[in-house]
Design a protein around this ligand. Sequence first.
Ligand SMILES: [Zn+2]
Length: 81
Amino acid sequence: MSGKSGSCIECGGTLCAKLVQKVFTRKGRLIAVISDIPADVCEQCGAKSFKIAVVKKLETQLSGMNRSARKVEVPFAEYAA
Ligand SMILES: [Zn+2]
């Protein structure tokens, strides 16, 4: 896996594959903090872009977490289908 995967749509900067953390809220309530999400992060402006497969997996993961918020901080990979 190479670190570079294109250029930023915002500023044209170099994108770097990183694992990021993202906080999800709904109506002001914290739903989940998911860490270790693979994303392309711009080295210049910090813009994050996620692959469609990753977004879909996040949506699946979140939909299963709406009711039981016993554990809000979860790593992305743990829920991988
Ligand atoms: Zn950028």
